[in-house]
Design a protein around this ligand. Sequence first.
Ligand code: TMP
Length: 238
Amino acid sequence: MEKRKQLYEGKAKKVYATDDPELLIVSYKDDATAFNGLKKGTIAGKGVINNKMSNRLMQQLEKAGVPTHFVKELSDRETLVKKVSIVPLEVIVRNIAAGSFSKRYGVEEGKAFIHPTIEFSYKNDELGDPLLNTDQALVLGLVSKEEVETIRAYSYRINAFLQAFWRSCGVTLVDFKLEFGRLNDGTIVLADEISPDTCRLWDSKTGEKLDKDRFRRDLGGVEEAYQEIMKRLETQLM
Ligand code: TMP
């Protein structure tokens, strides 16, 4: 499958048309941003790692009964995916307090929850991705009631799967962000990516951060952390 016209360039990926109107090619970049694009940088090799990691995890999730946009890995950085219209919600699942949750509610980072939480943000860079509840998502016309229920059910299933998977790699899944899309026939599928850009992943023994927080917070060792988390995943899936 050949890349045709570039349709879109996001912060971390480019999207191309193909000769099949139902299929797109995504190309993962090394560019990194944080705080809605205020902080910019490059993480060498990130595009390759995120492409492969996201594809491996989506293949596993398909087996676990979660439909995804994944079709085929084309190269180190490029993947063929089903064309979707993205549901403009960022779905954040948390198992342990961190990041904006800790800040907003004054909870120490690292405090484990008695059960996972799901929160939604309106995916809108101009507005700074504001938090919103399902009633608000419904009245804004972002999703239907049925779609929200599907998204919620998939998100919990994805969390259970990923938590167990990362635990087997010696990694604690703190939280992560998902995006879903609609196929032509309205079917909801997992889209976007699952990578160290979109998850908080802590070494289970040392608590060392193995994700994009190293970039966001200037902790150093960013490339090494991406390589380490990819190595853990590959060892586990061998
Ligand atoms: P937060 O604590 O900053 O709200 O982030 C929660 C999770 O969502 C964390 O794993 C990082 C991920 N995330 C994204 O993937 N994209 C974003 O734009 C933000 C703000 C967070």
